[in-house]
Structures are given as C-alpha cells and as structure tokens.
Ligand binder design. Structure first.
Ligand SMILES: [Zn+2]
Length: 134
C-alpha cells in the first residue's frame, strides 16, 4: 500500500456554540491540514497522485473557501452582524470544531475523486483532530 501526504496551511477564525471555555469567543488559528491519500497501485508516472494536483484542487478550495474566513455555525447569533459588515464567513451545519473542519476537508477531497485515507487538522502545534472513514 502506498501513501502520500500533503500539508496545506491556512488561517481561519471560529467560535464554538454551547461551549463553556475560551473557544466560545471569536478567535483565530494558523491551521494546517494534512491530507493523506492511499493507493495499492501507482499510476503510470509512479505516483499515488501528483502532489501538485492535490495542492491545486484541495489547496485552492481551502484558499478560496476557508482561508481568512470566520467559520461559524449557522445558528451563531453573530452571523447576521458579520454578514452586514461584509466580513467573509463560511457557514457550517455543525459546530466548527477541529474535528468537523477535518471532516469538511475530507469530504471535499473525496468528492473530487482523491483516494483519501485521512485528513488531519492541526489547530495549533499541539492540538490535532483527524477524520477517516475506515
Ligand atoms: Zn479555536
């Protein structure tokens, strides 16, 4: 079995609803997604997937959809205010935790046809959440 991983760094803000800790306040992270692909067979070039293609497809989506955005639950009461101010937001159906951001990126990469094993989301240097299906 072959595996490759690519890191994609991005900045995001969020806050957690119904949470009794400091993450209930708006704050930001310099995050890092690590996308790991797996394949039994390599392609004709000897690759699982070209690192550049992974960066172009998933990295560009992260840049556009998540980078320098506030990731907020759709019920977050601050959402209408931020929208009225023209602030960029990414709205989620679930609490925008590291766990759920990892799954969001995982689902996007799978939908683009990549053979994704796992997505890790490093929220800080010491806190990481990961999502995989098996
Ligand atoms: Zn946070």
């Amino acid at each position: 079995m072959h595996r490759i991983s690519r890191e994609i760094r991005f900045c995001y803000g969020h806050r957690l609803l119904h949470y009794d800790g400091k993450c209930r306040h708006l704050h930001g992270h310099n995050g890092k997604a690590v996308i790991t692909l797996e394949a039994e067979q390599l392609d004709a070039l000897g690759m699982v997937v070209d690192f550049t293609r992974l960066k172009q497809v998933v990295g560009d989506w992260i840049d556009e959809a998540l980078d320098h955005k506030m990731l907020l639950h759709r019920d977050d009461p601050v959402l209408p205010y931020l929208r009225a101010q023209g602030e960029p937001v990414f709205v989620t159906d679930v609490n925008p935790t590291a766990e759920n951001i990892a799954r969001l990126i995982f689902d996007y990469a799978v939908a683009q046809g990549f053979p994704v094993l796992e997505v890790q989301l490093w929220e800080t240097d010491t806190c990481q959440a990961s999502y995989r299906r098996r």
